[in-house]
Design a protein around this ligand. Structure first.
Ligand code: ZN
Ligand code: ZN
Length: 258
């Protein structure tokens, strides 16, 4: 079975087609999917989908993406209630993104720290979105080492890998591992070197479409191309990889067996 630990079925591009997207994923063997929240409404929608389609192994995260940080003075009050829902498996995606700088750095830092504290208060893992901001992120995260962390779309390269592993964090990899370009060569090197216990699979759909479908919308059904690429880099059989990643995901998200 496949797992997609990071998808945006609640996004504008996929939400109207959510039922069909989920059905195609199930047909492709994707038995668990984590729908990620990026702002308050988006988080509510992620949870709504996770509840409506719970029989298909859907879960949600709630969080304010660094892009949206400037729109919030603090964590939405309703998050304290949402976080107790058993379909919610993490706080995320939260972090820093200096690539687009959609929100001023000060706002990004403020919301990132507030949500790390919120996760600790509720004993929840965090899904991190860190883009071109590893240095600052590590300086913040060193005060939060007790949290279970997942670097989604890990892009810290070999440069940060040791420090990430020191924090016992997980890294998830998506379509970029299938791309034929130089930055992906380094990413594949990371995939070869990181301990297998620290790997999780994702699509980040509708973004990050794997190589065979570039230019089209991505969806969770495509996670198998990520699995195939990882299996190839690791020299593992697909069933062996599936079993390892399933137990990694179980350990990280602590979801209840269906
Ligand atoms: Zn992200
Ligand atoms: Zn995302």
């Amino acid at each position: 079975m496949y797992i997609d630990t990071h998808c945006h079925i609640n996004s504008q591009d996929l939400r109207l087609d959510a039922r069909a997207v989920i059905a195609r994923a199930r047909d492709a063997g994707v038995m668990k999917m984590v729908i990620v929240g990026c702002d308050f409404e988006d988080s509510c929608e992620a949870l709504g989908l996770a509840e409506d389609f719970s029989q298909f192994g859907l879960y949600a995260t709630i969080g304010i993406h660094p892009h949206e940080s400037r729109l919030y003075d603090n964590i939405p009050g309703a998050f304290s209630k949402l976080i107790t829902n058993k379909r919610v498996v993490a706080v995320g995606e939260i972090g820093l993104d200096y690539h687009y700088d959609h929100s001023p750095k000060a706002d990004q830092h403020r919301m990132f720290k507030a949500q790390l504290d919120f996760a600790r208060e509720h004993n929840m893992p965090v899904v991190l979105h860190i883009r071109e901001a590893m240095h600052d992120a590590m300086n913040i995260l060193k005060y939060h080492r007790d949290l279970k962390m997942l670097f989604h779309c890990y892009s810290g390269g070999l440069e940060y890998l040791d420090r990430v592993l020191e924090m016992e964090a997980m890294c998830s990899f998506g379509g970029a591992v299938t791309w034929r370009r130089k930055a992906s060569d380094e990413l594949r090197e990371v995939v070869r070197r990181i301990p297998i216990d620290n790997i999780l699979p994702e699509t980040d759909s509708p973004y990050m479409t794997p190589a065979p479908f570039r230019g089209k919308l991505n969806e969770p059904a495509n996670v198998r191309y990520v699995y195939e690429a990882i299996a190839q880099e690791r020299g593992m059989s697909l069933p062996e990889l599936e079993a390892r990643l399933e137990s990694n995901a179980q350990r990280f998200f602590m979801w209840e067996e269906e």
